[in-house]
Ligand binder design. Structure first.
Ligand code: PMP
Length: 443
């Protein structure tokens, strides 16, 4: 019997033994294509020797030092490199151990900023439905996934949620894509006014929605309008790039493609690429200086903030990403999207294929014309996950049972080192899994 608390209590997973390139191997030697990098983590694939060497060398020199006493070379160098490539205005970096911690830090930083500048009445946060920001209580509260929130609702701070920018399901017939985006963004203004403009501290959103909806980018002009509204009412804009950042969408920061800068940005997952647990929060000079020149310190912290070995891994990863790898993501993403369109474009169960870069989602429907969702009792996404896994493909299906407002989907986020023949493997295995699940369900 295993004493490890299992992720899914009714089935113990096989034991993973080896990671090599785009594949993982279990104890029986079975190979799995890592088609989602877990959940958009393994951007470099497995066994990257440069990252491994960087970690070993840091372990040899200084594995850990508490940042209450000492900084470290890799933390300083990684912060410099991130700021060099970050959207304009993001000038300071706070390292944590993962995505939820980054979101918690962002929320507390936003709150402290308003206390420091003499607007302590600002405490309200606006987020979006069908979003995911993490599983700790603050992050869960801003998240808009009803299913994840439900049983913990009494423990969560009060947060307002507006509509996501979900073109496939929310755009009206006859509405232009641009007008649709403006309509969705204007919900933020309505909500700020409803809550009281001087009460709201922050709006948080994923530039490309990952875990809850399966790679849903916003439409052109949406985030520009969001930025305008935040500026008009003095509300901080927090972009959560934990999943879609670090090159996943084709630029190091997803915000670059929206042509805006947030006040605060969270990253994780691809930052450590799975070699070490690390996340970060970047913030503007305005926020940093308000705190530095005010009380003098950010009232937050965890033991492993700025962990030197994690930062050494992150530094090696970001050096690779910015050294040419991210430049390949857009064209590779297009290749995979084209192949998915060829394979599934006519499939009556596939309603939408969307995404950005190597962050691609496919939404399943019962009827392509009406976009009716599949019966949640089919548990299509859970079956698809199991069938794909049996076929040797790790992918990330979700949806359906979450709130009935969107269909089951599968998220693909393969390593950036994938080549076209790897994409053929993904499409073949996914095709076999979809065929098996549809046959089993008689669809
Ligand atoms: N924000 C987003 C956008 C995420 O996708 C996730 C994880 N899926 C998180 C935050 C939480 O990150 P972690 O699981 O590392 O705590």
């Amino acid at each position: 019997m295993s004493h490890v608390f299992p992720r899914n209590s009714n089935k113990l997973p096989p034991v993973g033994k080896v990671g090599a390139g785009v594949h993982l191997f279990d104890a029986d030697g079975k190979a799995y294509f890592d088609g989602s990098g877990g959940a958009a983590v393994s951007c470099l694939g497995h066994g990257d020797q440069d990252v491994i060497d960087a970690i070993k060398s840091q372990l040899d020199s200084m594995a850990f030092a508490h940042t209450g006493f000492l900084s470290s070379d890799p933390a300083e160098a990684l912060a410099d490199l991130l700021v060099l490539h970050a959207p304009e205005g993001l000038e300071h970096v706070y390292f944590v151990s993962g995505g939820s911690e980054a979101v918690e830090a962002a929320l507390k930083l936003a709150r402290q900023y308003f206390v420091e500048i003499g607007q302590p009445q600002r405490s309200k946060i606006i987020a979006r439905r069908q979003s995911y920001h993490g599983n700790t209580l603050g992050a869960l509260a801003v998240g808009g996934n009803e299913w994840r929130r439900a049983q913990f609702a009494p423990l969560l701070i009060d947060v307002s949620h507006i509509s996501p920018c979900y073109e496939y399901r929310e755009k009206h017939d006859g509405e232009t894509t641009f007008d649709f985006g403006q309509r969705m963004a204007n919900e933020l203004e309505d909500e700020i006014l409803r809550l009281g403009a001087d009460q709201v501290m922050a709006f948080i959103a994923e530039p490309v929605v990952g875990a809850t909806m399966g790679a849903v980018p916003s439409v052109e002009g949406y985030f520009k309008r969001i930025r305008e509204i935040c500026d008009k009412y003095g509300v901080l804009l927090i972009l959560d790039e934990v999943m879609c950042g670090m090159g996943r969408t084709g630029t190091l920061f997803a915000a670059d493609q929206e042509d805006i800068s947030p006040d605060i940005c969270t990253i994780a997952k691809g930052l450590g690429a799975g070699y070490q647990p690390i996340g970060a929060m970047l913030c503007s000079g305005k926020i940093y200086h308000a705190i530095k020149d005010g009380s003098g310190f950010f009232q937050h912290g965890h033991t492993y903030v700025g962990h030197p070995t994690a930062c050494a891994a992150g530094l090696a990863v970001v050096q690779k990403l910015t050294g040419g790898l991210v430049d390949q993501v857009a064209s590779k993403g297009q290749q995979l999207t084209d192949m998915l369109n060829d394979a599934f474009g006519q499939n009556p169960l596939v309603g939408d294929i969307r995404g950005r870069g190597l962050f691609i989602g496919m939404e399943f429907v019962a009827d392509r014309d009406t976009k009716a969702v599949l019966d949640p009792s089919h548990k299509f996404n859970a079956r698809l996950k199991a069938a794909a896994f049996d076929a040797g493909l790790i992918c990330y299906p979700m949806g359906g049972t979450i709130d009935g407002k969107h269909g089951d989907h599968v998220l693909l986020a393969p390593p950036f080192i994938s080549e076209p023949h790897h994409f053929e493997e993904v499409v073949d295995k996914l095709g076999a899994a979809v065929a098996k699940v549809s046959a089993d369900l008689g669809l």
